[in-house]
Design a protein. Structure first.
Length: 216
């Protein structure tokens, strides 16, 4: 954890930024509660999960101990899991289509709970990863507003095995055009680049926890 924090700090300082402006999301998917507990004990409070069901099975006891923890949903979200996601997560990073927006809007009203949302953009034109097409972004943001979603920024996952910086720069440009202040971008292999381009949130799993011993 300390090493990752130092790397974020160095990358931020290179661009005249402060590491305090970057939220490190510890991606705890496929790691059990006992893997997570040492980070909580060390004071870390932002964690990311890919699946609603896994989070529901892991986090309630931990949240009872550490109620100030902020849970981030970073995986693709099925519309039929929208209500569970709104109930469980404080931030949802993967809003990417009108049907999901509608389901989330209904859940917000029903539960009277409003997480923060990022719209995921298919920045590399890879539909298998999820994400809104760049040219559909203004329309989707309008739908989010119409359904009461508090959209604070954009999220992306660049194509694998390519230079990430141009994709991060495009996401930053899109966010600026839409007046959105936050950028969720950068993972274990490229979070320093993301910080230098302007990430407000980086999603780091393997570099913190090591390789997962189960597929998924």
């Amino acid at each position: 954890m300390n090493e990752i924090g130092e790397r974020i700090d160095r990358a931020a300082r290179l661009m005249g930024r402060s590491a305090r402006d970057v939220t490190l999301i510890a991606v705890s998917k496929m790691h059990d509660a006992e893997d997570v507990r040492p980070l909580l004990q060390a004071g870390h409070r932002h964690f990311g999960e890919n699946r609603v069901q896994e989070a529901e099975g892991k986090w309630p006891p931990l949240l009872a101990e550490y109620p100030e923890t902020v849970l981030h949903m970073i995986g693709q979200l099925q519309s039929n899991k929208a209500e569970q996601a709104v109930a469980m997560f404080d931030v949802i990073h993967s809003v990417d289509r009108p049907s999901l927006v509608k389901a989330l809007g209904k859940a917000i009203v029903k539960l009277d709970r409003t997480p923060q949302f990022f719209v995921q953009v298919d920045i590399g034109e890879e539909p298998q990863k999820g994400g809104c097409a760049v040219d559909k972004l203004p329309d989707l943001l309008q739908k989010c507003a119409d359904h009461g979603l508090d959209v604070v920024g954009l999220m992306c996952i660049p194509p694998a095995d390519t230079e990430a910086a141009p994709y991060f720069a495009l996401l930053r440009k899109l966010a600026e055009q839409q007046g959105l202040p936050l950028l969720s971008m950068g993972m274990s292999a490229d979070f320093e680049t993301a910080v230098m381009v302007g990430a407000s949130h980086v999603r780091v799993g393997t570099a913190l926890f090591g390789a997962r011993d189960r597929p998924g």
